[in-house]
Design a protein around this ligand. Structure first.
Ligand code: ZN
Length: 273
């Protein structure tokens, strides 16, 4: 299928070649007889066309799977010019009481490998603002958020797939993950007063049926905890994943946000610019 960008690129190339032809046929022969103001106008016009044409050749190319993966600073800053909601931000600037439990920075995860180092929670601004409202709501209920994972570099998704190439457990890199887009979080709840995690149906990344939202053979307290989390996350715009009680993502994740491949050190430096 021809994407909008490809169509735009095609139309733009046609326009540029038309302008070039027009210049040589009509403007070039008469250029010397023009007054300086007309010459200046012609010069500015062609300069604009040249810049436009250059921007086209610099457009970020999709990879072999049709995914746009951004891994250059310049491309990231170009991409976020579309709107303030796209900017990647540090979630801890939005949250006060959140706890972080980085399973993928340890061997205590489904791959039994350390998948990344020095993590911090980053998301698109849209997700961070929603998490801020979620935290306020939860705090009023005496609860806080536990964050297991937020933005995840695309290279980590590839590592997960190499370790476990099964889309019941890991995102297929051919599709990418909404974590790579900065538009998904893995979360749980804790008691603000005691600091204890709330009981949930399974541990994080347990891929059994027990982790499904429609699994009901659980004690009342656990069903209630899962509901509190789902209600508050969906109230502020996240969507629940049927098969993982901890995973929530933005409804516009795929349409609005490109896949990013910056490690956490690079992400920190992007945020300082
Ligand atoms: Zn997740």
């Amino acid at each position: 299928m021809v994407g909008v960008d490809e169509y735009y690129s095609f139309a733009s190339n046609k326009f540029i070649s038309f302008v070039k032809h027009y210049f040589f046929l009509h403007i070039s022969p008469n250029f010397n007889s023009m007054n300086w103001l007309k010459k200046l106008a012609v010069f500015i016009f062609f300069l604009k066309v040249a810049i436009c044409s250059n921007a086209q050749t610099n457009a970020i190319k999709a990879n072999k799977d049709g995914l746009v993966v951004i891994n250059k600073k310049r491309d990231y800053f170009t991409s976020i010019q579309q709107g303030p909601e796209k900017k990647m931000v540090a979630v801890d600037n939005y949250l006060i009481h959140a706890k972080y439990d980085w399973k993928y920075a340890t061997i205590n995860n489904f791959t039994h490998q350390v998948l990344y180092k020095h993590p911090a929670a980053y998301t698109r601004t849209q997700a961070a603002k929603a998490l801020q409202l979620i935290e306020i709501d939860l705090n009023e209920q005496g609860l806080g958020l536990i964050i297991y994972d937020a933005y995840r570099p695309y290279s980590v998704t590839k590592k997960m797939w190499e370790a476990v190439p099964d889309d019941r457990y890991a995102a297929n890199p051919a599709k990418g993950s909404n974590h790579n887009r900065g538009a998904a979080v893995d979360v749980s709840l804790y008691n603000l007063q005691t600091g204890d995690p709330l009981l949930m149906p399974t541990p994080f990344d347990d891929f059994s049926e027990k982790a499904h939202h429609n699994y009901m053979q659980l004690p009342q307290e656990i069903l209630q905890n899962r509901s509190i989390l789902k209600n508050v996350m969906t109230k502020y715009g996240f969507i629940a994943l049927d098969t993982e009680w901890w995973h929530y993502y933005l409804p516009n994740a795929v349409s609005s946000f490109e896949i990013l491949d910056f490690n956490f050190r690079q992400m920190r430096s992007l945020n300082q610019e």
